[in-house]
Design a protein around this ligand. Sequence first.
Ligand SMILES: Nc1ncnc2c1ncn2[C@@H]1O[C@H](COP(=O)(O)OP(=O)(O)O)[C@@H](O)[C@H]1O
Ligand SMILES: [Mg+2]
Length: 369
Amino acid sequence: MTTRLQPDAAPASLPAPGRDPEVILDVRDLRTYFHVMDGTVRAVDGVDFRIKRGGRLALVGESGCGKSVTALSIMRLIDQPPGEIASGEIWFDGRDLLSLSESEMRQVRGGEIAMIFQEPMTSLNPVLSVGDQIMEAVKLHQEVSAKEARDIATQALRDVGVPAPERRITQYPHELSGGMRQRVMIAMALSCRPKLLIADEPTTALDVTIQRQILELIKVIQERTGTALLLITHDLGVVAETVDEVVVMYAGKIMETGTVDQVLLEPRHPYSRGLLQSIPSRGRRGQPLHVIKGVVPNPFRMPAGCKFEPRCPYRWDQCKAEEPRLYDTGGGRSSRCWLYDPRFRDRMRRYELEGKDYVPPAAATELTA
Ligand SMILES: Nc1ncnc2c1ncn2[C@@H]1O[C@H](COP(=O)(O)OP(=O)(O)O)[C@@H](O)[C@H]1O
Ligand SMILES: [Mg+2]
């Protein structure tokens, strides 16, 4: 048997990219590789997703699965070399970003698409006051006077709940707490009224209470301004109240897509189930957390079949032999798992009858015997 090399066929109902005015971002078959000494890392390997204008989508998966590389590819911030956007299209507001010149792209970055990162300290300039930094960002994309830029910056800080913004504007990043710095980053990102906000692990460095506040803030502002949101996180626990749609990634590929309710309440892919079981929940308080056994595969020694197979409690020989495509599993959702192939319906039924919500690896081997 051979490994599939062709991209997944797009569903027939999908309009040509860039033609649907309702869609702000349309990523098609994106492949971003890094050519390093030991070989090629297929960091993003055929990723497709769409975000509607004003829509909210989360890209979820363990560390190293290609989430940040997807975001940096959209922003065209991949260093080439060693990186290479080997194929794909990234349609944003009717244009393919991959066909823009670097100067056109500079207008998109920070203007039409804004991005906030995990650790605001590394993206804020330590020698400029936060006010100067927001004003600089504003002046880069809008024709305004110094006075107007200052007013916009003050208002932006007020909008993100920074107290006494007239005073804060003169402070330097090190004078602010982590939560306040992240608020400044959000203010800066939103001061140019972007059509899309990419937030890459925006709350990972913060404590749980501040995390909640920042996510709530992102959501409130997103709803008020109508900016679309691409939220990137390794924590499925934070997506429920923040987004409408979820894309689960593993080893550079999409494993499952669906609405937030579909994926959180009724995950289809064994990987999504594993991710969900590793979230602390009220109902399971006091019980040990289930963590997905094993580690993400070495990029130079990827499994030939399903990339999740070595860790999958449901695996059987088919999974080792061949990589599954992304199956349409109904209700607008999809799952990259052989269990959804009509040929393996019997196995699926057997798992269901046995009420196997989670089959431990040993049992999975038994089932295949
Ligand atoms: N500049 C680079 N050079 C080589 N490999 C890279 C580079 N940037 C990212 N990668 C690799 O790409 C993969 C995906 O990384 P990343 O998108 O950062 O993961 P995450 O999902 O945690 O954001 C990882 O295997 C990472 O090591
Ligand atoms: Mg990342």
